[in-house]
Design a protein around this ligand. Structure first.
Ligand SMILES: Nc1nc2c(ncn2[C@@H]2O[C@H](COP(=O)(O)OP(=O)(O)OP(=O)(O)O)[C@@H](O)[C@H]2O)c(=O)[nH]1
Ligand SMILES: [Mg+2]
Length: 297
């Protein structure tokens, strides 16, 4: 049987639903999702393998305008780096919206040699279909797109159409990863990603943005997996906020983090969390590297 294998990158401005689509197609939650911008920090590859194809779908951090500190610059670079290897690029936007950040994404795609597909996500939010049609018409003039697919990742509208289209871009070739791999990230990295997702969900917007999670210990026995993790915050005052009154916030983060980890690892998990302060870690490239936030590809 002839086999196809290749890379498709999903780029777009923050919060459009890139990670939601990746998790859906992979069938596991490997990338953090939250209703807040800049949830994703590093490129995450989700691997979808069938008998005749292997689609390596790359979820990237949202491309955004505020690129002041080192972390922001790394996030934007990371998204752009994923394009170098791609056989096709998917630009994702939110139905009914076109922002300056979408223009920025278009400008980043200017030199892209491969086909660019426009995925208009969250169509479930637009009840009036004539409005959607007008929107689709408008966005089709923004650049030459290979195709435009209206879709909803959460309601699973047209996600199968997208998958088929993505596979059509893959070149012939042998599989790169073993058939049972769902991601290229080590299990430890996915675990820290799932804990960080809880921070994004439970804390006020600015704080998760200045936090990072590092797995210090990961011990598996037949009965239980013990995970020790440090939550790094950027300022002394933030430590108290993460911990909360009588430890309530950290407790909530810990228990929902444990549930997410148990689901991912399919094992019983004991999760221990510590909160530590490293001032201005987002501007310290060495520290960013230690936390796994670096240019990968
Ligand atoms: N209504 C609706 N909401 C969606 C859809 N897809 C994703 N969302 C929601 O949009 C929010 C953002 O989703 P993410 O997948 O984290 O978005 P992202 O593009 O990865 O965001 P960044 O990592 O910050 O760039 C979440 O609350 C999702 O549940 C959709 O099709 N319809
Ligand atoms: Mg994301």
């Amino acid at each position: 049987m002839t086999k196809k294998c290749g890379f498709v990158s999903i780029v777009g401005h923050p919060n459009v639903g890139k990670s939601t689509l990746l998790n859906l197609l992979v069938g596991y939650k490997i990338s953090a999702i939250a209703n807040k911008p800049q949830t994703t920090r590093t490129n995450i590859r989700g691997i979808i393998t069938e008998d005749n194809y292997q689609l390596i779908l790359t979820d990237t951090p949202g491309i955004h305008q505020r690129s002041g500190n080192a972390l922001n610059q790394v996030l934007n670079k990371e998204a752009v780096a994923s394009l170098e290897q791609a056989d096709a690029v998917v630009m994702m936007v939110e139905a009914g919206r076109w922002t300056a950040e979408d223009d920025l994404v278009i400008s980043r795609l200017k030199h892209s040699q491969c086909p660019v597909l426009l995925l208009v996500n969250k169509v479930d939010m637009i009840k009036d279909k004539t409005k959607l049609l007008a929107y689709l018409q408008k966005v089709s003039g923004q650049r030459v797109f290979d195709d435009i697919i209206p879709m909803s990742a959460t309601k699973q509208i047209n996600t199968d159409v997208f998958l088929k289209k993505a596979v059509s871009y893959l070149p012939m070739g042998d599989f790169i990863y073993p058939a049972d791999y769902i991601t290229d990230k080590p299990v430890k990295d996915i675990c820290s990603e799932l804990i960080r997702e809880q921070l994004v969900i439970y804390l006020h917007q600015e704080i998760p943005y200045t936090t990072a999670v590092n797995i210090e210990k990961f011990e598996e026995t037949e009965k239980i997996t013990t995970i020790h993790a440090t939550i790094w915050v950027g300022k002394k005052g933030q430590k108290g906020i993460v911990i909360g009154k009588k430890g309530a916030t950290l407790k909530r983060i810990g228990s929902s983090g444990r549930i997410a980890l148990e689901e991912f690892l399919d094992a019983k998990v004991m999760l221990k969390l510590w909160v530590k302060v490293e001032e201005h870690w987002q501007n310290n490239p060495r520290h960013l590297g230690e936390l796994g936030i670096t240019r990968t590809t």
